[in-house]
Design a protein around this ligand. Structure first.
Ligand code: URA
Length: 190
């Protein structure tokens, strides 16, 4: 069994918090396991829980559009979440649930070894960049952590609720594309 298979098998058997009791499917992650760019959302919603894949509902359609705007698609990046099981009624994952699930995300990050990590929304940014992160003020800023470049953008669900945030997000995506061109030789090729 290779390292990815081992990780998926262990993760599927996890009983580290109560979310496994109510989920339909584990939502482990999807995309290119050798990606230079990793996107991290919050946690599965209803469609993701039913299909076992991240960002396949309405927010996922918008995420696909956001990727396309900067010449990316799911085959070039990896997409994961802070928690792998759906929080009931789409509530925010609790700090203890994020903590219990972080071991899986940290192993995914170690295996992928991305150059750039993009946090999708406040929850991922607070969990991974800075507990005091303010998404309204700090989206689009770069942070250096563990030899990688980190940025947060508004969560696609927030952009669906409030389209007035879209122009700012487009600027953030352009900054991401520039960073990819400078740092990521494989991601930038057609
Ligand atoms: N929102 C998230 O944060 N992640 C998903 O996978 C879907 C919606």
């Amino acid at each position: 069994m290779d390292a990815w298979e081992a990780l998926k098998t262990e993760c599927a058997a996890c009983r580290g918090c109560g979310l496994c009791e109510t989920r339909t499917n584990l939502v482990f992650g999807v995309g290119n396991e050798k990606a230079e760019v990793l996107f991290i959302g919050e946690g599965p919603g209803e469609q993701e829980d039913l299909q076992g894949e991240p960002f396949v509902g309405p927010a996922g359609k918008l995420l696909d559009d956001m990727l396309r705007m900067i010449d990316l698609d799911r085959s070039k990046v990896y997409i994961a979440n802070m928690v792998k099981c759906r929080p009931p009624r789409n509530r925010d994952p609790l700090p203890e649930e994020q903590q219990a699930c972080s071991r899986w995300l940290q192993r995914q990050i170690a295996l992928i070894d991305p150059k750039i990590v993009v946090c999708l929304g406040r929850i991922a940014a607070m969990g991974l960049i800075d507990p005091e992160f303010r998404i309204t003020r700090q989206h689009g800023q770069w942070f250096d952590r563990d030899g990688r470049r980190w940025m947060a953008v508004y969560h696609p669900s927030a952009l669906l609720r409030d389209p007035s945030k879209r122009p700012e997000t487009f600027m953030d995506l352009r900054a991401l594309r520039k960073e990819i061109r400078e740092r990521c030789s494989r991601t930038d090729s057609p």
